[in-house]
Design a protein around this ligand. Sequence first.
Ligand code: FMN
Ligand code: SF4
Ligand code: SF4
Length: 263
Amino acid sequence: MILYFSGTGNTRLCAEYLAKVLGQQAIELTQSRLVIPNVVKDKVNDNMIIWMFPIYSWGLPPVVIKYIKKSRLLTPPDTIHHMVATCGDDAGNADHMWRKAMRQMGYMAGRAFTVLMPNTYVLMKGFDIDTPEVANLKISNAPQKLDYIADELTNNPRGHQAQDDYTRGRWAWLKTTIIYPWFTSRGHGVNPKKFHVKSTCIACGKCSCECPMGNIYVRDKQHPIWTSNCAMCLRCLHSCPVGAITYGSDHSLPQKQQLPPSL
Ligand SMILES: Cc1cc2nc3c(=O)[nH]c(=O)nc-3n(C[C@H](O)[C@H](O)[C@H](O)COP(=O)(O)O)c2cc1C
Ligand code: SF4
Ligand code: SF4
């Protein structure tokens, strides 16, 4: 079984592809599992679980860590867990973070993989945003990597003596241990209070419907209002059909990013 979280569609595309190749079920972590504070119990018959998510600031999206910690997966005793993360460039030591969460839950961690996809973090100037050519190249190369991952997991499901295929990048310790906690706290990386709408907003409500956290309200065909329960996913921003959402005081942001057609 594949359990996945996707902000802007990259991970969804990869999860659906992998599910098809492996003949497995893919379940999206949506509001019903992410927002409620209670333990979430699921009975699973498979003895392999694949966790899929985007990389946020060289770590796991905080909502995914929270979900792992409140999950109670009732699985066969020999169940092994693998992770497949999508990232724009590199994932730092996110695999260590995932393994720690698995250990804390008593889940057996297997292999870690990364798949390069278009970079969706568009809120800071100077950050590496892909040109349409680079984004398209990443999307067209992804199936080859996913086929490789599917082969590896089919031929060696428990990952005996197999190495991870994982893009760690440079200064991984610094990025995951020092920058990640700063980025994910107090809205340093994504602060929902900083989203604004331009007068071009047509009050269609798509941003509100798309938000995986139910964090956006559009009342009586008025402009949207953001509250504080944000997953940092930027789905609202990327899904607005008229590009009416801006961020911070600099309204030249964000630059538009080329995304998979699924969104
Ligand atoms: C808040 C945020 C932080 C990100 N941080 C990283 C990062 O540290 N390294 C990286 O390679 N990509 C980073 N990205 C890019 C995403 O990991 C990448 O685009 C991913 O494929 C998005 O998947 P999704 O469309 O399923 O949300 C970040 C994206 C967001 C929104
Ligand atoms: S998706 Fe865009 S146009 Fe529609 S309500 Fe949200 S901001 Fe306005
Ligand atoms: S408010 Fe926007 S960035 Fe925050 S969780 Fe909702 S869709 Fe994602």
